[in-house]
Structure formats: C-alpha cells, structure tokens
Design a protein around this ligand. Sequence first.
Ligand code: APR
Length: 258
Amino acid sequence: MDGQEVVAQAAQVIHRARYLVALTGAGLSVESGIPPFRGPGGLWTKYGEPPLNGFQRFLADPQKAWEERLNPNGPMRELWETLVNAQPNPGHYGLVELERLGLLRCTITQNIDNLHRRAGSELLAEIHGNATLVRCLSCVHRMPLDAVDLSRLPPSCPRCGGLLKSDTVSFGEPIPPDVLRRCQQEAARADCMLVIGTSGTVYPAAGFPLDVHQRGGTLVEINPYETDLSPYCAVVVRAPAGAALPEIVKAVRALRSN
Ligand code: APR
C-alpha cells in the first residue's frame, strides 16, 4: 500500500471512530528538535538506559535531587537544553485540529515537553507529567516551576507543607492517581487509538493500545519505524508524525465535506 493509500485508510478509520483517543510519545517531538529516548538518536541509545530507581533516590535525598534538577548534567542536561528552545510542530497542530473538529476526545501523552499545551491541545492527559510544573507528593497540587520559592531546597507545598518534586514522573515513581485514572477512563472508552511516536515499551502507557485492541478497537500507528505495537495496528503510517498528521487531517476534512 503506498503512502497516499495508507493516509486515506487512516482518515477513514478516524472519520468512522465513535471515541478517538491518541497516545503520543517522544517521537512526536523529534521534529521539534527534542531527541527521543530509544531508537536512532535516542538519549538512552546514546547514554544507556537511566537507573530505574530515580524516585527512590529523590526520596533518599530531595535536596540533592533538586540541586541536580536545577543544574542538570549528562542526558538530562541535553534534554532540558532542547526543551527550552523547542516549538510545537505540524504533528502537534494536526492533533489540535482533530480535537477542534470534535473527533479527538483525548490525547494521552508520555511527553513532558509541554508542546501539546503550547500547540493548543485542551483534552490532554500528561501521564508522565509536565517539565514546567512542580507537584506536591502529598496533596498532588500542581503549580508552575517558576512560581515556586526555590530559595530553600527542597521546596514545600504552599497548600499542605508537603514535599514538592518536578511534575515529571521519575522511574520507580507511581503515576499520580488523578492522571492515571483519567488515562484509564479515556482508554476504556476508545474504540480507536492513534499511536504516535512511541516505542510502546513503557507501561502503563504502552498497555492502553493493547487494551483497545483486546476489546476489538482499531489502532493506527504513525511512526517511521517498527515498534512492539506495530503487529496490533490495523493501519500503519510509516512516516514522521510531522509529515503524516497534516496529510491525514486534510483527508479527514475531505471526508467530512462529502
Ligand atoms: N515521528 C514519529 N515517530 C518517530 C519520529 C517521528 N519523526 N522519530 C522517531 N519516532 C519514533 C521512534 O521510532 C520510536 O518508536 O518515536 C519512538 C520514540 O520511542 P521512545 O524514545 O522510546 O519514546 P517513548 O515511547 O515516548 O518512551 C516512553 O520512556 O524513557 C521513558 O519517560 C520516558 O515517556 C518516556 C517513555
């Protein structure tokens, strides 16, 4: 099947969906200049997978963890530096358009880069948090990092006095209950899921497309490379998201105007 045919097939599936949800990963932000974690150019490919006890290390010495967060080095420095200058790309805007057409009911993103919000996505669940926010580990209250008094580390929650941490979910850290519940509810309602720019290797996020497939739902993968989820996808668009999504949205608009 050639590129145009698979774009048309993806548009058909989206147009017919009763409840469409998207799951996005680091690949969607590659065309914004942010490296992915795995695969070509991936941070973990370059530096090796990070330790899986980041959260435990934070709890053991929150002050040291905050100092590292504010003066990162190694892979995290590279990631923060690209985050600062990154702009949403046509892939992010394509999802905003599907949301504004009333087709896309929720975007579940694994990305912490804030680009979905900056592009205008409103029906959004940030399962791994947002790098511009800080979260209280006791009451789950979130606030912008630049609104927090960092004169004393670690900072305390202005509401309950609890320990504040970057909203970015660390390895070993439970997904905050409010966002996990939202993701589970949205995935449970989906009869169609767009799987965009994710290697499908980190759970619980990678489990949502499998749940949709298990219930007889349809998966559409948008990714230049094969992933663990590819075999479950009825439609596979082997292309960069920034190129494919605008084409798919254009084809959806054409179907809706017929
Ligand atoms: N468009 C779409 N997909 C792309 C593009 C692109 N331009 N470039 C690369 N990709 C694909 C890669 O082929 C890969 O399948 O994006 C995927 C990126 O995979 P990962 O780097 O593993 O990113 P992700 O799946 O989001 O990782 C999940 O792992 O390290 C943790 O918390 C981190 O949220 C992250 C989680």
